[in-house]
Design a protein around this ligand. Structure first.
Ligand code: GTP
Ligand code: MG
Ligand code: ZN
Length: 310
């Protein structure tokens, strides 16, 4: 009788399209896999039992060209989005994320701090560390430099890593490589900020398309957007999620929002009221910190905006 374990391999799911999954084997190449029909993930009601980033064990089929996923290892974390507003089922966008990187630009196009702070607050909720990258510094005018230095100071003080890059001048790119090495990084940012350009600079062999609207193939019939994971030659993994808007705020409620701002979290235990919303209560340590410049005005304003947006 053939020994089954000889046919077993471990790997990570890099893509999921309908019923087929692309799995990158520990051995260093990829194979198309299916899920065993009766497989069901215990405990979680999700529309997709297997997600990008999952570590799996698979067994090769008789043809030796395709395989069947027989086991999914427990996830370290996962990012979900509700399937629909009415449904209690969730869609897992990606799992086993080590960190996130948000690419922003001060100009062409301008990224609002509101967008950055929503992203940061969401990442806080998942306990995912974030690297903030301000790209296209070759385009910055003096006023832009002033802004970016100010933002850098605020975000670094809050505990985030911040890098300034220019793909055109190849500045700051090695620092990005240092952050990404040996990690799984979810990358995000508005269209046109230079995400693909940065990745190409890190690994020219990937040759991602830049300067055009990406993910056209996800438009049309497929309103669902699929995450995809790819490997840089340095061994880093990038998770590209076209539907990054979904990496939104719906899993943060008003009561916990202030905790998602590290500099507010640091002082809020001094508020007079334990249930302080930091809006107009007397004896609010957060408002005091804003007044004396310890917490940046724009960060506080973004907090207020997020509260009222709920
Ligand atoms: N001046 C300047 N232009 C840049 C820089 N990085 C990228 N660009 C340009 O900005 C445009 C958009 O870059 P992409 O890498 O396609 O942007 P993206 O973030 O991947 O956009 P989507 O895929 O649509 O989400 C391209 O024309 C790039 O050449 C930079 O550092 N400086
Ligand atoms: Mg792109
Ligand atoms: Zn308060």
């Amino acid at each position: 009788m053939p020994n089954d374990s000889l046919n077993m391999e471990r790997g990570v799911v890099t893509r999921s399209t309908g019923s087929w999954y692309q799995v990158y084997l520990d051995k260093g190449w990829s194979v198309s896999c299916r899920l065993r029909g009766q497989y069901r993930l215990k405990g979680v009601r999700t529309t997709n039992p297997v997600s990008v980033g999952d570590h799996v064990t698979l067994r090769f089929e008789e043809n030796q060209e395709t395989a069947v996923i027989v086991e999914i290892e427990p996830r370290k974390n996962y990012i979900i989005r509700k399937a629909t507003n009415l449904s209690r089922e969730a869609h897992i966008i990606a799992s086993n994320i080590d960190q996130a990187m948000i690419v922003a630009t001060i100009d062409q196009p301008r990224t609002s701090t509101g967008f950055i702070d929503r992203f940061l607050a969401t990442a806080e909720a998942y306990h995912i560390p974030v690297v903030i990258v301000f790209n296209k510094i070759d385009l910055y005018q003096p006023a832009h430099w002033e802004l970016v230095h100010y933002y850098r100071e605020v975000y670094v003080t809050a505990g985030y890593k911040v890098e300034l890059t220019s793909v055109y001048e190849m500045t700051g790119i090695e620092k990005i490589l240092d952050h990404l090495k040996d990690k799984v990084t979810l990358i995000s940012g508005h269209s046109g900020v230079g995400k693909s350009a940065i990745i190409n600079a890190l690994d020219p062999e990937l040759d991602l398309k830049t300067g055009e609207i990406s993910n056209v193939h996800n438009k049309g019939k497929h309103t669902t957007t699929f995450a995809e994971m790819f490997r840089l030659s340095c061994g880093a993994w990038i998770v590209d999620t076209p539907g990054i808007k979904e990496f939104g705020l719906h899993d943060i409620d008003d009561e916990t929002l202030a905790q998602r701002f590290p500099e507010m979290r640091a002082v809020m235990s001094d508020c007079r009221f334990a249930n302080c919303t930091h809006l107009q209560e007397p004896g609010c340590a957060v408002k005091l910190a804003v007044e004396n410049g310890q917490i940046a005005d724009f960060r506080y304003q973004n907090y207020v905006n997020m509260l009222s947006a709920e």
